[in-house]
Design a protein. Structure first.
Length: 310
C-alpha cells in the first residue's frame, strides 16, 4: 500500500508542475494589410439623375423657378417653356423632369413635362466588420489598446484577453472634382468686353460664395452691357437678384446685371457693347451696387478673365 500511495502522490505532483509551466492563453496579435478604400455605391436614384443630366434633362427641386433653372443652364426661360410645352412658365412642380438642352433631333419630342420613374430602394450595404474580419489595420497589443476596446465594445475584462486586436478605419474618399468647362470657341475668344459700371469693386468672385463681382455706386448710375448680345431676360423673377437683366453673347456665354433700380431694355432686344441697359439700385440688396456675373454654359466664371484691367 505504501508503494501505491507514493506512486499516486508522484503522479499528482508531476501533473501540477506540468500545468504551472503551460503558457497562458493570450490574445493573438495579427498583422493585417490596410484595405484599399472601397468606392461609394451608387444608388439607383443617383444613377437615374446622372443619366438624365447627360441627356440634357433636369429634375425640379424645391424652391426652383423656371427662370432660375434657365439661368443655371445658360438658356432662355422661354426656350425651356417651349421645349417642355409649358403654357404657364410658373407652373412647374417638384420632381418634374424638364428638358434644359435643345432637342438634338426631330425624333425628340418636346411633350409635356414627364414625371421621373419610380425609384427602387437600394439594398442596405453590408456592415463593415470591426473585429476578426479578413481585412483591417493592426494596432499593437497594449494595456491602453485593450482598455479602449473594452470601453468601446463593452467587452468584459476577464474575456478581453481572447479578443483579437484589429481595428478598421472608415474609408475616406476625396470629393469628386467638378467637370472642367470646355474651351471657348474662336468667335467667343474674339468677343470684346468692358466693365458694366464705374465704381469700386466691393466683392470679388469667389466660387461657391460670390458668383460674380459687386460694384458699388450711386442710385440711378448707368449700367451698360459688358458686350454685344441679345437680352434674354429682363425682370425680377429670381429671388436674391432684384431687378435683373441677362444678356446672351454666344451659345455658351451670357452676362447678368442684378439689383438695378430700373431696367431700360426689353426681352429679345439686341444691345451693343456699352449700351445703357439699366440704372443701378439696391433691389433685393442691402446697399446700392451692381452684382455682375459672366456664365459659361450656365456655370459662373471669374469675370476678371474677360474684363480688361482697370
Amino acid at each position: 500500500m505504501t508503494n501505491k500511495s507514493s506512486l499516486l502522490v508522484a503522479t499528482l505532483t508531476l501533473a501540477l508542475l506540468s500545468a504551472c509551466t503551460t503558457t497562458p492563453n493570450q490574445a493573438p496579435v495579427v498583422e493585417r494589410t490596410p484595405s484599399a478604400p472601397q468606392p461609394k455605391p451608387v444608388t439607383p436614384s443617383e444613377e437615374a439623375q446622372k443619366e438624365r443630366d447627360e441627356r440634357g434633362l433636369y429634375t425640379v427641386k424645391k424652391g426652383d423657378t423656371l427662370i432660375r433653372i434657365a439661368l443655371e443652364h445658360g438658356q432662355s426661360y422661354r426656350d425651356l417653356a417651349a421645349w417642355n410645352n409649358l403654357a404657364n412658365p410658373d407652373d412647374i412642380k417638384v420632381d418634374q423632369v424638364l428638358r434644359v438642352q435643345p432637342p438634338d433631333s426631330a425624333a425628340v419630342q418636346t411633350a409635356a413635362v414627364a414625371m421621373p420613374p419610380a425609384e427602387t430602394k437600394a439594398p442596405p450595404a453590408a456592415p463593415v466588420p470591426r473585429k476578426t474580419g479578413p481585412k483591417g489595420e493592426k494596432r499593437p497589443y497594449t494595456d491602453a489598446t485593450l482598455a479602449e476596446l473594452q470601453k468601446a465594445d463593452g467587452v468584459a475584462p476577464e474575456r478581453a484577453e481572447r479578443t483579437e486586436v484589429a481595428l478598421v478605419k472608415p474609408a475616406s474618399l476625396p470629393p469628386p472634382a467638378a467637370p472642367a468647362l470646355p474651351p471657348l470657341g474662336a468667335d467667343e475668344e474674339k468677343l470684346s468686353w468692358m466693365w458694366p459700371a464705374d465704381g469700386k469693386v466691393v466683392a470679388s468672385f469667389d466660387e461657391g460664395k460670390n458668383k460674380g463681382v459687386d460694384i458699388a455706386g450711386r442710385a440711378g448710375q448707368q449700367v451698360v452691357a459688358a458686350g454685344a448680345g441679345k437680352v434674354m431676360y429682363a425682370g425680377s423673377g429670381i429671388r436674391g437678384y432684384g431687378n435683373l437683366v441677362i444678356v446672351k453673347h454666344s451659345n455658351s456665354l451670357l452676362s447678368a446685371y442684378a439689383h438695378n433700380r430700373s431696367i431700360l431694355v426689353k426681352e429679345g432686344q439686341t444691345v451693343s457693347k456699352g449700351q445703357a441697359i439699366a440704372e443701378m439700385g439696391d433691389s433685393d440688396a442691402d446697399s446700392v451696387k451692381l452684382h455682375f456675373e459672366i456664365r459659361q454654359q450656365g456655370k459662373p466664371v471669374d469675370p476678371s478673365k474677360f474684363l480688361p484691367n482697370r
